[in-house]
Every structure is written in structure tokens, then in C-alpha cells.
Design a protein around this ligand. Structure first.
Ligand code: GLC
Length: 620
């Protein structure tokens, strides 16, 4: 029985968090009591407006705080337009999503954003309006309701670092409004911007060089870390933080379960620094965590921190003062593609070793690729012991994965090639990066088979890791690169569009035609996902370790939970290999059901195996 009124519930949560909240807020905003009181009013207002059904959901989730840590959690990331035209289309395709076993949908940015100056929706001109072609806010709330009905949760980007130059604040700032200008970083001349440029790296060195843009209407220079039409918000101004928190809570109140904090390391700027991961960012994230815990405690924050592990992990916060509940396992993702290109698992072992040593509470989102490029943020300090040089190695990886290297069937494209630094990143769908596209083009079934095996192996590796696996929509049927963007003047200079193509529903139908690429991948993935869902050894609480295979082509991962043990082996080479392991006898190959020993195990090229033993069930 629920006896508390909503109002009491709110008061209790606020008073519990009040001291810390006020302390953090006062520290950031120089004891600005008026701004803080307004912030608390915002919390109250959004709590009052939160639909009762969502408040009930919050209560259910509070009673089951591990609700998002189940082994059957499976995410899918998609552009609404590319997947189904609009939000109603997504709703009408929920059957397909369920068929994929997906219970977590990350909808790519769908708020209002000017055509041709939207960075794929990451330049928001109105945080309370859906892009008209995609539907309305009511459609989004309807979709969330439908999803909750089916036990599916929704994730949405909150693009908080910047607004579009068409946002109402930016328009006022252009017209000379001083209050509006104080929400951004405006400078009368290039003196201070030039000082910033000395210490701040570039995000898009080729497509959008520099961190500032001249705004002719205002006759001033404005900070634009990303594209020139994405104006950085000034979070040192409490009005910005208050209004943006309100925007975030507004989205939560539409039924969004998970907010992806886009580009969160960038939100605080300080002259003389690199303007990344500054301590104030953590204060802000902590306040946002507290705010959502008060207003909508059944929701989560996912931080987008595409950086090395030592920068990522602090965004979890501490046990007493958590920040984001979930973060991307970005270095593992990049190290995986390094392993594909080198067929050498040593870096991946080292990287996984780092992740395995982290507390079980930390929840990572694992993925093979997303809507962005693959950046080569690898541990070069580690690689140097093998004589690898950073610039030369990046060139090798790119040459291999773009198929430039003789004999490579991989079909990626470069992204933001920066000749100054010898740096370039990579784009492409998983299937094309596995060689499937080239094989099909050549009509070479041996190569196609090899590519499909690699693709499945990568997904098996993804599903072996602790955390939530996220599939990019289309990868479940091996969708290939889309070169159409080359012809679109609004997209041609951004190669990320190569892997953001429209979902091909005709191809999806082929998932029932035996022997097709679609069928082979779809069914292999479903089988693996179902096995994962039904074995607790895949859960976040399992112990994980690197199982030494004495073979640099074969990755071995061990998992143990409550009597269940799993040895997972992955042969990243295109030749047959042996894993020189000496583990248990009488294991079950989870995929075939056959009983075998986990000893000196032979694997064909790009073969993997899940060897399982329930140690608490002793035979004989
Ligand atoms: C994030 C997004 C990326 C976008 C950038 C700027 O990194 O993932 O797609 O370009 O933010 O908003």
C-alpha cells in the first residue's frame, strides 16, 4: 500500500538531498541564493507535472534498483527517420524491435534542429519541440507509453553543451541582447579566443576547424567547439544551468527513461585549460543526478565520455556521490577494431584487464560501433613496447579498415583526416568493416562466409562483456555502408553518414530466408542474446578475468557467478588456432550443447566458443 502523498514524497527527497545540493550549487554559483531557490522551484514544478503513471514507475524502480542490470537488457540505437520515417513509424514497428529481443531503444536526436545545420540533430533549436517531420511531443510521449507497456525503456540525447544558432537564446544574442549573449561565450575581438586556441584541441579539425566563429549579426566572436552553428552554452551562468535542467526534466516527463548527456566533458570552459573534464563538470553532473533523483528517481543518466579510461571512470562518481549510472565502454570498442586489424589480442587483453578490475557497480554500455566515427584512442604507451608508433599505427589501422591495404576486404571511410597530426578516424557499418560488402560485391561466397563469421564473433565478444550491449540498428541484419550521402550536399563532407543509412525493410524480411546474410546474422545474434539472457554468469556481478590462451590470436575471457563458470574463447585470426588452456573438463558448449573439455581447445578462423560449467551441480 502506498500511503505517502506525492507532495510528501517530494519534500522528503528534497530535504534528504538538500544540504549537498545547496553546497554544490553555492560553490559553483558563488552562493547565488536567488538562483538556487529558482532551481528548487523548477524541481518542484516538474515533479508536480510528472504524470502519475511515471511516478508509479519511479516507485517500482526504486523498489528494484537493479532493474537495468538484468542480463536480458539489450539496447538498439537508431535514427527515427532512418528506421521508420517518424515516431509513429517507430511505434508501428515495435514488433520488429521485440523480435530483435530489444528492450532499450536509444532514439537519436529528434528535437527541432535546422536542416543542413543540424549535425545529425545535435544542434537543437528548441528543446521542447520534436522536429516536425518526425512527429510531435505527444507522439514521443505516446511511444514512451507504448514502450513501457512492453517493458522497453527509451533513451534520448540531451544535447547540453550547445544550442543551435537558431535557438531562441541565440537569435536574441545575434540581435544584441546582452542577457542572451551572457548565455554563450561572446568576445568583442579575437584576443581571448586566440588564447583559448593555444590550449584547446579541435573536435572536427577538418570539417569544422577552430573553436570560435565570427558572428556578423552581433559583430562579435562566439565559442563554437563543434560546428560553427553549434554555440557553446556558458554553464558558469546559473540561468543557463537552471533552464537546461528544466529542459532535461521536461524530456524525462515525456517518459524518457535514460538521458544521454551528450558531449558532457566539454560543458565547462576555463581559459588556460583544455576545456575538457574540468572539476566543475563533475559538480554539474552530480547536481543533475540529485535533481533527477528527486523528480524522477526511476530514470538514469548515460554519460557520453569518448575518452581514455582514466577520464571516463570518474563520471560514475563515487559510491556515496554517484554521477552517471552508465557510461560507454569506448576504449574497449576501439581496441576491438585494432584487434580485427592486427589479429593480435594483446592490447585487448590489457584493456579488458583494466575494465575487469573496476567495481561491479559500474555499468558500461558496450557497442561495436555507434552513429559516430571510431576514434583511435588506444593505449599507445602499452603498444610502444611492441615497437608500434602512434601515427604509423593509426595509418595502418585506417589503411586496413578502409581496404586500402592490399588484400584487405574491409570497407570503411576516413573521418576528419588531420594531416597536421597524422590523425584520422574511421567510419563504416559493422558488416562492411568485416569484409561482407566487398565479398558480396565480388560474389565471393568464401569471403562472405568469413566476413559473417567475423561479424558474429564480434557480437559474441560484445555479449560476453558485463554491462548492456547496444546494437546499432541494421547491424542485426548486417546492413552495408550507404554511399548515398556522397550525393547529398548537406551531408557529403561528413562521412559518419556512411553508417547512418536508412533501415532496409526488404532486407530485414530476408532474416527468414535460410542461408542469407540477414538470416545468418539475425539468428546467430538472437541465439547468443537468449543464452546471455538466461545465464546469470553474464550479469554485472560476475567476476571476470582474462583466461590466458598462450596464443596472441586467441582472446580468452573467464566469468564466474554463484557456481556458474564460463570460458569464452575468440579466435581473431583468419587461420585455425589453438587456445592452450587447461580449465575444467565436462563443460557444455552453450551453442551446440555438446560436452567437451576446456583444454587445448582448437578454433577455426574467426571461431568463438562459450564453454559453460555449473560447478555447484556435481555429477556422480
Ligand atoms: C556527440 C555526438 C556527435 C555530435 C557531437 C556534438 O559527440 O555523439 O554525433 O557531433 O556530440 O553534439
Amino acid at each position: 500500500m502506498i500511503s505517502k502523498t506525492w507532495e510528501t514524497e517530494f519534500r522528503e527527497r528534497l530535504s534528504q538531498a538538500y544540504d549537498e545540493l545547496k553546497w554544490l550549487y553555492y560553490e559553483l554559483y558563488h552562493s547565488d541564493g536567488k538562483a538556487f531557490d529558482y532551481f528548487c522551484t523548477v524541481l518542484h514544478e516538474f515533479y508536480r507535472n510528472r504524470p502519475d503513471a511515471l511516478k508509479e514507475l519511479d516507485r517500482r524502480r526504486l523498489a528494484d534498483p537493479s532493474w537495468y542490470k538484468r542480463t536480458d537488457m539489450l539496447g538498439m540505437q537508431m535514427y527515427v527517420g532512418a528506421f521508420a520515417g517518424n515516431l509513429k513509424g517507430v511505434e508501428s514497428h515495435l514488433d520488429y524491435i521485440k523480435d530483435c529481443g530489444v528492450n532499450y531503444i536509444h532514439l537519436m536526436p529528434l528535437l527541432q534542429s535546422p536542416e543542413g545545420r543540424s549535425d545529425g540533430g545535435y544542434a537543437v533549436s528548441d528543446f521542447r519541440q520534436v522536429q516536425p517531420e518526425l512527429g510531435t511531443m505527444e507522439d514521443l510521449a505516446d511511444l514512451a507509453r507504448e514502450c513501457h507497456h512492453d517493458d522497453i525503456c527509451l533513451c534520448l540525447d540531451f544535447v547540453m553543451n550547445h544550442t543551435s544558432e537558431d535557438h531562441e537564446w541565440a537569435l536574441k544574442a545575434k540581435a544584441g541582447d546582452a542577457e542572451a549573449q551572457s548565455r554563450y561565450f561572446f568576445y568583442d575581438n579575437w584576443d581571448i579566443p586566440s588564447e583559448f586556441e593555444k590550449t584547446v584541441p579541435q573536435v572536427f579539425p577538418t570539417t569544422a576547424p577552430g573553436n570560435f566563429t565570427w558572428c556578423p549579426q552581433a559583430g562579435k566572436v562566439v565559442m563554437t567547439t563543434f560546428y560553427p552553428y553549434q554555440w557553446d552554452l556558458n554553464y558558469a551562468n546559473p540561468v543557463v544551468f537552471n533552464d537546461m535542467t528544466a529542459n532535461m526534466l521536461f524530456l524525462y516527463n515525456q517518459g524518457i527513461d535514460i538521458i544521454r548527456l551528450d558531449a558532457v566533458p566539454y560543458i565547462w570552459k576555463e581559459l588556460g585549460t583544455n576545456c575538457r573534464n574540468l572539476p566543475q563538470v563533475h559538480n554539474l553532473v552530480r547536481i543533475m543526478h540529485i535533481a533527477s533523483n528527486i523528480v524522477c528517481p526511476g530514470t538514469l543518466m548515460l554519460g557520453e565520455v569518448v575518452m581514455e579510461p582514466s577520464k571516463v571512470v570518474p563520471y560514475f562518481g563515487t559510491v556515496e556521490k554517484p554521477e552517471c549510472q552508465m557510461l560507454y565502454n569506448v576504449t574497449t570498442m576501439a581496441s576491438t577494431w585494432h584487434t580485427v586489424a592486427t589479429k593480435d589480442v594483446r592490447l585487448l587483453k590489457h584493456q579488458l584487464g583494466t575494465v575487469f578490475a573496476l567495481p561491479h557497480d559500474y555499468m558500461f554500455l558496450n557497442y561495436l560501433r555507434c552513429h559516430d566515427d571510431i576514434g583511435w584512442g588506444l593505449d599507445y604507451g602499452f603498444l610502444r613496447q611492441f615497437g608500434l608508433d602512434e601515427v604509423a599505427h593509426k595509418k595502418y589501422l585506417n589503411d586496413f579498415l578502409t581496404g586500402t591495404l592490399f588484400g584487405s576486404d574491409m570497407r570503411g571511410e576516413l573521418y576528419n583526416n588531420d594531416p597536421r597530426l597524422g590523425d584520422a578516424r574511421l567510419c563504416g557499418t559493422t558488416a562492411s568493416l568485416c569484409g561482407i560488402e566487398a565479398a558480396e560485391y565480388e560474389g565471393n561466397s568464401v569471403k562472405a562466409d568469413r566476413g559473417i563469421r567475423l561479424d558474429i564473433l564480434l557480437h559474441a565478444f560484445l555479449l560476453t562483456q558485463s554491462g548492456i550491449p547496444i546494437i546499432y540498428s541494421g547491424d542485426e541484419i548486417g546492413q552495408l555502408n550507404d554511399y548515398g550521402y556522397h550525393q547529398d550536399p548537406l551531408k557529403w563532407d561528413d562521412s559518419r553518414y556512411i553508417h547512418r543509412g536508412s533501415f532496409n525493410w526488404e532486407e530485414a524480411e530476408k532474416r527468414y530466408t535460410p542461408g542469407t546474410r540477414q538470416e545468418r546474422l539475425f539468428h546467430a545474434l538472437r541465439e547468443l542474446e537468449q543464452l546471455r539472457a538466461s545465464h546469470e554468469v553474464f550479469g554485472n556481478d560476475a567476476d571476470t578475468w582474462i583466461c590466458e590462451t598462450y596464443n596472441d590470436h586467441v582472446l580468452g575471457i573467464g566469468r564466474y557467478y554463484n557456481g556458474e563458470k564460463l570460458i569464452a574463447l575468440f579466435n581473431f585470426s583468419d587461420e585455425d588456432q589453438t587456445a592452450w588452456i587447461s580449465e575444467d573438463s565436462g563443460c557444455t558448449n552453450l551453442l551446440t550443447g555438446t560436452v567437451c573439455d576446456a583444454r587445448n581447445y582448437g578454433l577455426h578462423s574467426y571461431e568463438f566458443v562459450w564453454l559453460y560449467k555449473n560447478l555447484s551441480v556435481q555429477s556422480g
